[in-house]
Design a protein around this ligand. Sequence first.
Ligand code: PBG
Ligand code: MG
Length: 330
Amino acid sequence: MTYPYLRPRRMRRDDFSRRLMRESVLTADDLIYPVFVHEPAGRAAVPSMPGVERLSIDELLRVAEAASELRIPALALFPVTAPDAKSLDAVAAWDDDGLCQRAIGALKQRFPHLGVITDVALDPYTSHGQDGIVDDTGYVMNDVTVEALVQQALSHARAGADVVAPSDMMDGRIGAIRAALEQDGFIHTRILAYAAKYASSFYGPFRDAVGSASALGKADKRTYQMDPGNSDEALREVALDLEEGADMVMVKPGMPYLDIVRRVKDEFGVPTYAYQVSGEYAMLKAAFANGWLDERKCALEALLGFKRAGADGVLTYFALDAARWLREGA
Ligand SMILES: NCc1[nH]cc(CCC(=O)O)c1CC(=O)O
Ligand SMILES: [Mg+2]
C-alpha cells in the first residue's frame, strides 16, 4: 500500500496528533547545570560564554536555589583555582578545605536534595593545564595520575559529593576510584564516567572560564582524549568503564558526536549522558546575539536532539534558561 492510502502528513496535521506520536521529549529532569566556582566575592563574567559567570560560594547558593526551584536534578561543579595554588603535582585537588570541597559542603547543607556532581581531573590544579601529572617530556603519566585522581575523588566524597565524574581519560581510573570508595565506605557515591571524551577544539571557552587555557598554551590533550575520527573506540572505552564500576557514562562533546551517543545507548542500554560543551554553547549564543537564530527555539531543539539520540540527560549551560522556557511552555 502506498500513496494515497498512506499519507504521513495526516498525523502531522493537528497539534493533538503531533503530540500523540512525539517520540522524545525534553523536561527539566534531563538537565544538569555546569557551574564555575571561584574564590573572590561576587560574580565574574566569562566573555566567551555570554550569560555564564564564575560564582563565589554565596552566589552559587543563589543559583542552586533557582535550579532546585526549577527541578533541575543536579549541578556539576567546576572550580577556578588561583594561579598560586597550581603546582606540578596538583596537591590542591585533594585539599579537604579546598574551594571545590567547601562548595560541595555548602550546597549539600542548604539543598540536600539537589544532586552535586564533581569533576575529577587535575587540569584546574596543574601549572601546565594538563589533566594529569607529566614526566620530563610533558607526557601525562597514567598510573601516577590515577593515584592522584583517587585522592581527589575520595576528598570529594568526604565533602559530600553525590556523584564523582572523572573527565581525565586515564586508563583504569574508574576501577581504582570505585575500589577506594568502597574501601572507605562510600558505597552510595555514584561514578559518572566521561568514558568517550574526545580531544575536541570545542572546549576553548571552558578553558578560558577555569583559567587553564593560558597554562595549556599551544599544547593539546591528544595523548589521552580520543581522536575525533573514532567511533568503535568509544564503545571499547565505555565497555571498560562499565566493567570497572561506572554507574553512568558520558559522551563529550555533544552535538558533533550524537552518532556516538546513539551507538553507546544501543550497545549498552545504560544511563547515558552527553555534554553540550562550552564551544557549542558559545556558537549558539553568538548566533542568538546576532539575531541569526531564535534563542529559545534553537536551544530547546538542540537539547531535544540529545534525547532523540538516546541521551538520558544533558550537561548544558542552557539548563536554567531551558528549564524556565519549558515551564513557560515554550
Ligand atoms: N577535565 C577538564 C574538562 N572538564 C570539562 C571540560 C570541558 C567542558 C566544556 O567545554 O564545556 C574540560 C576541558 C578539557 O578537557 O580541556
Ligand atoms: Mg578509558
